[in-house]
Design a protein around this ligand. Structure first.
Ligand code: 6GU
Length: 243
């Protein structure tokens, strides 16, 4: 998979050299390239922004600079996918991560200030690319870089061969069951007066499974009632709701 990230702060993306995503890059599973937007400016001051038409606070990123950058990094003739991180986008979920992991080429356009001139998305769509404006949650960041990091890590670990044991992708929070993950424990069994739940030491696989499912549901009901409401009723039938 090919990923390009365009930003005026390419150093933010150096974290993508680390951990699983870094390993995926070195293994050739992920061809990730980070670019400095200012490389596409043409003036002496390398200007990327200007004042908003209609007035108001802050600055807006110029369409011409972004246009030159995207002409160079999106595939010629259309068929690419541009992701624009923005707090006014659709909320990014595991479903988006799963879809992005199947893409051949994704470009991230990281905006700063009050955002990117809206014609950039319009023109990119008109050129035959898909454009997704995505938010990572209901709070405001200073720019799209950290949001791009979040999204790339979320789909990067879903690329075939990146996570060693594919089973860990199935059981985790927001995975197939639609529940948050149950609490986990390791050695020692007693630590500073706090004990690992007895059932996990029992060696009784059936009881362990049942306990984990109950704790996952209990936790999800307490923290994310919206997720319980969205559960498949047939899946709910199989769960003991007496919590
Ligand atoms: Cl994608 N960008 C910015 N600037 N702020 C955000 C965000 C994105 N998602 C949540 N807050």
């Amino acid at each position: 998979m090919r990923v390009d990230v365009v930003s005026i702060f390419p150093d933010y993306l150096t974290a993508l050299d680390l951990s699983l995503v870094g390993k995926a890059r070195r293994a050739g599973l992920l061809d990730l390239r980070v670019h400095d937007l200012r490389d596409w400016t043409t003036d002496r001051h390398r200007t990327v922004d200007d004042t908003p038409f209609g007035g108001g606070a802050g600055m807006v990123m110029r369409p011409d600079v972004w246009g030159h950058a995207l002409d160079d990094v999106l595939p010629e003739g259309g068929g690419g996918h541009l992701v624009v991180p923005t707090p006014s986008g659709d909320v990014f979920t595991q479903r988006h991560a799963e879809a992005l992991a199947l893409e051949e080429h994704v470009v991230f356009a990281c905006g700063r200030y009050e955002g990117i001139d809206a014609r950039v998305a319009e023109r990119t769509r008109a050129a035959g690319h898909r454009v997704s404006e995505l938010s990572i949650g209901d709070y405001v960041l200073n720019g799209g870089e950290v949001a791009a990091l979040v999204m790339i890590e979320a789909f990067g670990r879903l690329l075939p061969g990146v996570v060693g044991n594919p089973h860990s992708l199935v059981e985790e929070s927001h995975g197939a069951a639609g529940l948050l993950e149950y609490p986990v424990y390791t050695k020692p069994p007693a630590w500073e007066g706090f004990e690992v739940p007895e059932v996990l030491l029992s060696g009784h696989h059936g009881r362990v499974e049942r306990w984990r499912r109950d704790r996952a549901l209990e936790r999800t009901a307490a923290r994310r009632p919206d997720m319980v409401a969205a559960l498949d009723p047939q899946a709910l039938d199989k769960v003991d709701l007496a919590v």
